[in-house]
Design a protein around this ligand. Sequence first.
Ligand SMILES: Cc1ncc(COP(=O)(O)O)c(C=O)c1O
Length: 500
Amino acid sequence: MNPSSSHDSDFLYEKIAGEIRSLIETGTLSPGDKLPSVRKLSGQKKVSISTILQAYMALESEKLIEARPQSGFYVSSVSLLRFPEPLEFCPSDSPRTVEVADNVMELFKAAGRSDIVSLGVNCTMPELISNHKLGKIMSRVSRDHSEFLSRYMFHAADPEFARQISVRSFDYGCNLHPEEIIATCGCTEAFNLCLRAVAGAGDTIAVESPTYYGILEIIESLDMKAVSICTDPKNGVCLQELTNTLEEHDVKACVLMPNFQNPLGYRMSAERKRKTLEILDDYGVPLIEDDIYGDLHFRGNRPRPFKAFDQTGSVLLCSSFSKTLAPGLRLGWVAAGNYRDRILRLKYLNTMGTPEAPQRALAEFLKSGGYDRHLRNLRSSFQRHICQMSQAVYQYFPEGALVTRPEGGNLLWVQLPETIDTQELYRRAMERNIVIAPGSLFSACCLSACIPHDEPCLFRNCLRLTCGAPCEGKVEAAIKTLGELAVDIASGVDSGQKAG
Ligand SMILES: Cc1ncc(COP(=O)(O)O)c(C=O)c1O
């Protein structure tokens, strides 16, 4: 097939789906309204029937429209667009030491249990990401390259691996040179190295609020401080607050996730990315960027990371294949701009190098073209899971629950009424073998240990849910149980009372 014609038709169906989506969003089309027949719309738009069908199917997978047998397509009666999203969040903060590690460890331990419904740690069901072809390539590479086992790895990355990352980076406007890529053990190591390259103990790092608890854990382990920047679930960090924070505090680096942020799921616009970099450059503050969810967009093209706008080499771009392909490979990378040499030295100190065989296997898998097909399936599964989970939350959780509407990734952030403490919900859910991630984990300072009693814990009424599996069977039952527990907490019923 001619690649440009397939690209054109992708573009066309997305454009048509976008037009219909915006008619639903603005209320021009209401729940129950009938859409034009596929044949009629194809005539009106002068595009093929399959393009219209593709557009309708995309909207159907977002649960915006539904097909009724022998009748056609209708605006869905449970369209998620009817539901409100969480409001803008907390104010920015002053620098604090961080205390999350013990709570995160508890979450990780529970996630490893087979009797648990794990909605806390972000894992995807193995059937969705395990890839038979990658497994076969791994075996072949191990067989054909015994030298990978008998020597130290003295390069920043396997040259083939670096080349594949570089080739893919053209797609999202980065044009990374293979020499820039340093392979790491997951995004976690990339982060760790970046923070150590730009700051030391006692230094302050600016983070989104809420942010991924893994970042907070690393900041904690390096004895650094975090300063939270007010972040809204649709647009990302507040740029005025960022400026104020940089003006007031001696910030050594800023950590941001512009594409499908964990936990809020927003995607920053290109314009805001550009402005953010301008601000950081004005204050000479490097940006550590986590783009681990960048390939998991539900619509349009893959969004560009900050790195695509970087004119000064001050962006350290980190990513990995843990969310899209194989968390067990522990394979990530960093393109660190001006900090490359420093990171490389730290990498040698840390682990000497990243194992070569997995890098080469992944490179061969990427070269074979299987990855893009795999990503397409994964994205549409995640989008379906997100829709199902959002609807289950609205169905089973107490009145007033608000849910984010992510544009990619596999996470949902839920804001419950003020009276519901999700730390208590976490405790009660754990007794029923359900694990959630309470909101307090996503804040630079959380839980009673470091919060003065008169200061409410940030996000104490929020939680994050992982949508790595369909919201069916025991996952749906778990959401129902969580809803009942939340109602009990809101109405002051204690768990012992209920059990008795
Ligand atoms: C935003 C973000 N960054 C990094 C990681 C960890 O990545 P890795 O498993 O590659 O170390 C996660 C895992 O949940 C994540 O959500």
